[in-house]
Ligand binder design. Structure first.
Ligand SMILES: NC(=O)c1ccc[n+]([C@@H]2O[C@H](COP(=O)([O-])OP(=O)(O)OC[C@H]3O[C@@H](n4cnc5c(N)ncnc54)[C@H](O)[C@@H]3O)[C@@H](O)[C@H]2O)c1
Length: 270
């Protein structure tokens, strides 16, 4: 489903032509919101997109020169409408961050086919569809571009309890990132992924409650385990992730493609 938008800010046409344009999916919360804010701070015109209109509008309201769109990344046509619409509106599409993701914890033997389907629909198919849409728009514009996928520490190692479907969906994103990087390189489009660790977001709050219930311990005990698993000794913040995403979007990362960058305080080193 698409699209609603706050009115564009009243900047001059010249200003608008010079500033890079970035779309972030799942940007109404947590890591995506932090990435949108960081790109905004670095001078991008940011399109905050999310399944949830209210959240998208709220985050866009915190960023100078941001607009917002409702986008369900499981809908390939909607992804094309947003990517094509942004390209038509701004005349450029420099950065696309496929960040939307979901999780639900259960023992492997208890994961329902519906939950497995939903996890893949958002985390894997959503990254595929949104990546196709972004790449089509970038290629049509004939300009270089950056695509950044949010994978996970759980996209590189399966030693993660109660998240088998999530692990499988995120391993797929790491492979997809390499395949996209290879095919899109001739168009000067780089594709990389970020692999966060234990990030304090609403998703983590839900996982804390689920894991505590599955282990039969208090949520504080689970949080302490996660911190103990992190050599840098604290939970990761959404801003920790956003800084690496912004690096991948910057000129400093111009020759970097096909990589899935760990940003996890050392919780998993590869
Ligand atoms: N929090 C962590 O510890 C952690 C660790 C590694 C990776 N990640 C990944 O980072 C990304 C962001 O996670 P978060 O912790 O900020 O989660 P979050 O739940 O706080 O935010 C996710 C956002 O995605 C949106 N969303 C869900 N389904 C969508 C869909 N179909 N289309 C568009 N938007 C949709 C939600 O409305 C929400 O605003 C996810 O891909 C997640 O898997 C999170």
């Amino acid at each position: 489903m698409t699209t609603e938008s706050s009115p564009p800010h009243a900047t001059s046409a010249t200003d608008r032509d010079e500033r890079p344009v970035a779309v972030v999916t799942g940007a109404g919360s947590g890591i995506g919101a932090a990435i949108a804010r960081e790109l905004g701070r670095r001078g991008h015109r940011v399109v905050v997109s999310d399944l949830d209109a209210e959240r998208a509008a709220h985050v866009a309201g915190e960023i100078a020169d941001a607009t917002w769109r409702v986008l369900d990344v499981t809908d390939p046509d909607a992804c094309d409408v947003v990517a094509g619409g942004v390209a038509a509106q701004f005349g450029r599409l420099d950065v696309w961050v496929s960040n939307a993701g979901v999780s639900r914890m259960a023992r492997f033997v208890d994961v329902s086919s519906e939950d497995l389907r939903r996890t893949f629909a958002v985390n894997t198919y959503g990254v595929f569809y949104a990546g196709q849409a972004a790449a089509r728009a970038m290629i049509a514009l004939g300009r270089p571009g950056r695509i950044i996928n949010t994978a996970s520490m759980a996209g590189k190692q399966g030693r993660v309890p109660y998240l088998a479907d999530y692990v499988a969906s995120k391993f797929a994103v790491v492979g997809l990132t390499q395949a996209m990087a290879f095919e899109l390189a001739p168009h000067s489009i780089t594709v990389n992924a970020i692999c966060p660790g234990f990030v304090a977001t609403p998703m983590q709050e839900r996982e804390l409650a689920w894991e505590a219930a599955l282990r039969g311990v208090a949520p504080d005990e689970v949080r302490a385990m996660w911190i103990n698993d992190t050599p840098l000794g604290r939970l990761e913040t959404p801003e920790d992730v956003a800084l690496v995403a912004a690096f991948l979007a910057s000129n400093d990362a111009a020759f970097l493609t096909g990589e899935s960058i760990a940003v996890n305080g050392g919780a998993y080193m590869d």
